[in-house]
Design a protein around this ligand. Structure first.
Ligand code: PEP
Length: 368
């Protein structure tokens, strides 16, 4: 999964600020590896969808638990979806604190989001006092246990956002090692709570992100993206962060691609007759080889056995074509794998290999 850069405009933004959404969408277009989401006030959702022309995702900032009824002033998840949102924030600390939202209420909103087919970004994080007492991990664990429905099947775009309350809007951030430790802990809590489905959820960091501190945080392998308040209101700052995230996402994909091809070569050597042609050094061929060894009962066979390879090669070609690479460019793909192909390749690998396998590859990629 690529990195996600999510903006949260809070109670800010009028029609004349849609120009900023357009600018962010243009930046996202030019940096296609990173995923971009803008959570805006409900009044702007449908116009933001139009302004961004589908190039970024648009989200809501909160939703009511019920689908419809006598709840004057509330907006349901179904209404957000109808307006064009694909994701909604749940349990932002400002709602927990200023509107006394409990974990149970947040859980009901997450259930509502899932009912409406929206991804939910569930915010958790400790206060300054809790941080000082060393309670960050237990507070996050408790909030996750309370606000994540037990058998949640996360919709696309779902995530946990770790947002220490003392870091929001304060210009302060936790140390990098603290962020990494908390995010690892949150990953473990998610696994306990929703099992295998946990692989479908990113874990974001949020709190006083600026173009100056984004790189260090995004470089932590635990971080799946950022939730950004203040800086998301300035399209120039947000665009700078998107560019950094795209670069880092590209590097991660390339590492993953390397790890996958290493592994596939090893598999091929163990289980297959080594192909005699130079294609053995082509990433398409390597991947096809690995795919075959994993999915097809093979006896001795020849590299020219086309039906076995057709499926995986076609999938790889589709992914590369989607990223704008022609067949002839693919034929020349001996040598370093271009970043776009690496990204498509790792996305394809994610689909084929499954979450557990992918995690092992990611660990291997980090050590390359
Ligand atoms: C937020 O409110 O979710 C947030 C992270 O705000 P800021 O980036 O301004 O600290």
């Amino acid at each position: 999964m690529s990195l996600l850069i999510a903006g949260n405009w809070k109670m800010n933004g009028l029609g004349n600020q849609l120009e900023d959404i357009r600018a962010v969408a243009e930046c996202a277009d030019a940096n296609p590896i990173v995923d971009v989401l803008m959570c805006v006030p409900s009044t702007l959702i449908s116009r933001a969808v139009q302004s961004s022309a589908g190039r970024i995702a648009i989200g809501g900032e909160d939703c009511a638990p019920d689908a419809a009824g006598a709840f004057t002033g509330d907006i349901s998840a179904e209404m957000l979806k109808d307006a064009g949102a694909s994701v909604v924030l749940a349990g932002h600390s400002e709602r927990r604190r200023k509107y006394h939202e409990t974990d149970v209420m947040v859980g009901a909103k997450v259930t509502a989001a899932s009912r409406a087919g929206l991804g939910a970004i569930i915010c958790v994080g400790e206060t300054k006092d809790q941080h000082a007492r060393g309670d960050a991990l237990s507070v996050c664990a408790e909030q996750i246990a309370g606000s994540l429905p037990q058998n949640l099947e996360p919709c696309s775009g779902s995530a946990i956002a770790y947002e220490p309350l003392w870091a929001i809007g304060s210009g302060q951030t936790p140390r990098l090692d603290e962020i990494a430790k908390t995010l690892r802990h949150i990953r473990g809590c998610l696994r306990t709570q929703i099992g295998e489905q946990e692989g479908a959820m990113r874990i974001l960091y949020g709190g006083s992100i600026t173009p100056d501190n984004a790189r260090g945080i995004l470089e932590l392998p635990e971080v799946g993206g950022l939730l950004i308040g203040g800086a998301s209101l300035r399209s120039r700052d947000l665009s700078a962060i998107i560019r950094v995230a795209d670069e880092i996402a590209g590097q991660r994909s390339t590492g993953l691609c390397k790890a996958a091809t290493c592994e596939i070569e090893q598999l091929a050597a163990e289980r297959l007759v080594a192909p005699s042609s130079g294609l053995a050094f082509d990433p398409v061929a390597r991947f096809a080889n690995g795919w075959v060894s994993r999915n097809v009962e093979v006896g001795p066979f020849s590299w020219d056995d086309p039906p076995i390879y057709e499926g995986p090669i076609q999938l790889f070609r589709d992914a590369a074509a989607q990223a704008g690479f022609s067949d002839s460019e693919l034929e020349r793909s001996l040598g370093p794998v271009p970043q776009f192909i690496a990204h498509s390749f790792s996305e394809a690998a994610a689909r084929w290999l499954g979450a557990e396998h992918l995690r092992r590859l990611e660990a291997k990629a980090a050590s390359l």
